[in-house]
Write a protein that binds this ligand. Structure first.
Ligand code: PBG
Length: 331
């Protein structure tokens, strides 16, 4: 360490011009840092704007390939799919999750046909398929039953893999699901299908617009604190990550994003594995509302928040702003 101090050392020299700032930048955003979450709905040739998530829509399967093409052209390597299952197909047992012709499976096939070079990540959890909006099966006491749920999640992951999913991402927070899914994938010959575990997923107030988008908002009875993590805890996130890695997760995720940058940092430092952040719906909506109110510049807010994830050590970020960010990065 140099003992130099002011006035021989002036930190502002490093900020004195555009080229100098560019040359000394420690982190940089690239479109390949981004995963774009997309919502899918039934119907034909339709776009349904999501009121609670300004700028984001649900797309019918026939319109989805164009979105995947847009992502690939922008240099976004992977998209994440979330279905809005019609109400009459939501049941206590979430059986629609296992239908090989459900919305998600049709969406995967359409994208794989049209844009084979893009990665497709699918969510493994039952909330878009249950009548009660929980991520798992609810027992007689009203609790989400872990082991029964893991059996269904394992089948769900296989159904998605057989439709062509490249990465399955369990977001349900059941214990033991990563190991069960990995074993089933290996057993059925899907050894190239990767698992991105939502390893540290918090019971957060930032998921509101997402639940609106997948149609589970009005249905949810109670809350998810019996399976998602307590926002008070950091050490517990490290245990969750350790377990998911031991069970065979290829990469892990921390969710939500900005309020949990400390967790991303600790996970990356401790485990040195691919670590993703999910900048969730409520976070993106905050940026949109702030910009709409004239309190912040939208483009700058988008890029600054995404750069924060990189500084915290994230390998990449799932964000609804992915195409806007990629356009800004590409100039
Ligand atoms: C549910 C799931 C949620 C999100 C992704 N998968 C919401 C929840 O746990 O209730 C949230 C994503 C977002 O808010 O953008 N399995």
């Amino acid at each position: 360490m140099s003992s130099s101090t002011y006035p021989s050392l002036r930190m502002r020299r490093g900020r004195s011009s555009g080229w100098m700032r560019e040359m000394l930048a420690e982190h940089r955003l690239h479109p390949s840092d981004l995963i774009w979450p997309l919502f899918v709905c039934e119907g034909e040739s339709c776009e349904e704007p999501i009121v609670s998530l300004p700028g984001v829509s649900r797309w019918t399967v026939d319109r989805l390939a164009a979105k995947a093409r847009e992502a690939a052209t922008l240099g976004i390597p992977c998209i994440a799919l979330f279905p809005n299952t019609p109400g009459d197909r939501r049941t206590e047992d979430a059986s629609e999750a296992l239908n090989p012709d459900n919305l998600i499976c049709r969406a995967i096939r359409a994208i794989k046909d049209a844009v084979p070079e893009i990665g497709v990540l699918t969510d493994v959890a039952l909330d878009p398929y249950t009548s009660h909006g929980h991520d798992g099966l609810v027992d007689a006491r009203g609790c989400v039953a872990n082991d029964e749920t893991v059996k269904v999640l394992t089948e769900q992951a296989l159904v998605q893999a057989s439709a062509g999913a490249d990465i399955v991402a369990p977001s349900d927070m059941m214990d033991g699901r990563v190991g069960a899914i990995r074993e089933a994938l290996e057993g059925e010959g899907y050894c190239d299908v990767a698992i991105m575990a939502y390893a540290a997923k918090y019971a957060s107030a930032f998921y509101g617009p997402f639940r609106d988008a997948v149609g589970s908002l009005g249905r949810l009875k109670g809350d998810k604190r019996g399976y998602q993590m307590n926002p008070a805890n950091g050490e517990e996130a490290l245990r969750e990550v350790e377990l998911d890695l031991a069970e065979g997760a290829d990469m892990v995720m921390v969710k939500p994003g900005l309020p949990y940058l400390d967790v991303i940092w600790r996970v990356r430092e401790r485990f040195e594995v691919p670590t993703f952040a999910f900048q969730v719906s409520g976070e993106c909506a905050m940026i949109e509302h702030s910009a709409a109110a004239g309190w912040g510049e939208r483009d700058a807010l988008i890029l600054e928040t995404l750069l924060a994830f990189k500084r915290a050590g994230a390998t990449g970020v799932l964000t609804y702003h992915a195409p806007d960010a990629a356009r800004l990065i590409n100039g």
